[in-house]
Design a protein around this ligand. Structure first.
Ligand code: UD1
Length: 337
């Protein structure tokens, strides 16, 4: 298959490009570098031996989408391209609705014009809101409390409407839990711009000395050690989940929403301890107040992915941490400009 990856040079897109190539597929990456760097392309060539087919363009740009869809024959698309920071989405909602929602509509319209109707969508467990009905199953009620979460839920609904209107559209929306980790080569990984909003990249930057200490957002949650519990999943497991999803769409068309998680909950303190042990460096921490909008615990029921896609996560927490540490210690300042 040839698959279009919007957001293909981003953190999850780049790891998925490798997983698709490893599975024998061809990829075309489409990205505007709004949250990634061109150096990713060199690193991908080093890892795979393949020079990436790449278009530098914006997913809201209909003419650019038409160009790539004219120039290549695609079997489907995986739509990663979208901004993803909760705080920023509250400050800049229009930026989120334009790039997250209008960008998705622009991509789907272009795909329709070119008769490509298989799409895997990058959704998030954020659509479950603060639900404490654990493990989270796909049919749990959705609840979104910020513009970022709304972009994810709106796009799932747009895709459902599209499939309803024309069953030639085949869709899998993947609800990611907490992607972490990096390729074991240490050549690619997560490289957030500015202060990392998420725990693992922040922790990695503390470990490497870029930041003095980790703020733990609350230790008074109703969890075993009082800190927030999440379902961290290795980005390569996540990437392989996308391969399984695009392959599944070819054989079993339809519409589905599927969790990608491990099914295990890990607390902030457990993650810090794992990092200190694997990296062999102390992580200074300071407990501060809860972050608004955070819930106590979230982990997946991952059985639907196993049943429908034949996929389960295989990499454990130590491997996630070891791979993050290799990436961060080899690239303390992230990708070169
Ligand atoms: C966050 C977003 C979620 C988004 C996901 C991926 C919020 C409320 N949720 O998920 O919508 O899909 O990122 O971008 O922003 N923590 C600390 N110190 C830190 C950072 C985090 O203690 O410096 C804690 C949090 O309170 C939480 C856990 O670590 O308990 C994980 O946080 P994070 O990595 O930001 O992920 P989520 O909040 O689960």
């Amino acid at each position: 298959m040839r698959i279009l990856l919007t957001g293909g040079t981003g953190y999850i897109g780049s790891h998925t490009a490798i997983a698709l190539i490893d599975a024998g597929h061809e990829v075309t990456l489409f990205d505007n570098f709004s949250n990634s760097k061109p150096a990713v392309l060199d690193r991908l060539r080093e890892i795979t031996g393949v020079t990436m087919d790449f278009y530098e363009a914006d997913v809201t740009d209909a003419a650019a989408l038409d160009r790539v869809l004219n120039e290549r024959a695609f079997d489907g698309a995986i739509h990663f391209a979208a901004p993803k920071a909760v705080g920023e989405s509250i400050a800049r909602p229009l930026h989120y609705y334009k790039n997250g929602v209008a960008g998705t509509v622009a991509l789907l319209q272009a795909m329709e014009r070119h008769d490509v109707r298989n799409v895997v969508y990058s959704s998030s467990a954020t659509v479950y809101g603060m639900s404490d009905d654990l493990p989270l199953q796909e049919d749990a009620p959705t609840e979104v409390i910020n513009p970022y979460g709304r972009t994810k839920l709106m796009c799932e609904e747009i895709l459902a409407d599209l499939h309803q209107s024309d069953p030639r559209w085949n869709v899998i929306a993947l609800r990611y839990f907490n992607p972490v980790g990096a390729h074991p080569s240490g050549l690619i990984g997560e490289d957030p711009q500015g202060v990392p909003a998420n725990l693992m990249p922040f922790l990695a930057q503390v470990a490497v000395g870029r930041r003095p200490s980790l703020h733990i957002f609350g230790d008074d949650y109703p969890t075993p050690d009082g800190t927030g519990v999440r379902d961290y999943i290795h980005v390569l497991d996540l990437a392989e989940g996308h391969v399984a999803a695009v392959e599944h769409l070819q054989q079993s068309p339809g519409f589905d929403v599927i969790n990608l998680g491990t099914g295990n909950g890990v607390s902030v303190l457990e993650l810090v301890a794992a990092f200190e042990q694997v990296a062999g460096v102390p992580i200074p921490t300071e407990v501060v107040g809860r972050r608004p909008g955070d819930g106590p615990a979230s982990w997946a029921d991952a059985s639907k992915a196993a049943r429908i896609l034949g996929w389960t996560a295989t990499r454990d927490l130590d491997e996630m941490v070891a791979d993050v540490w290799r990436w961060q210690s080899h690239n303390p300042d992230g990708y070169p400009d």
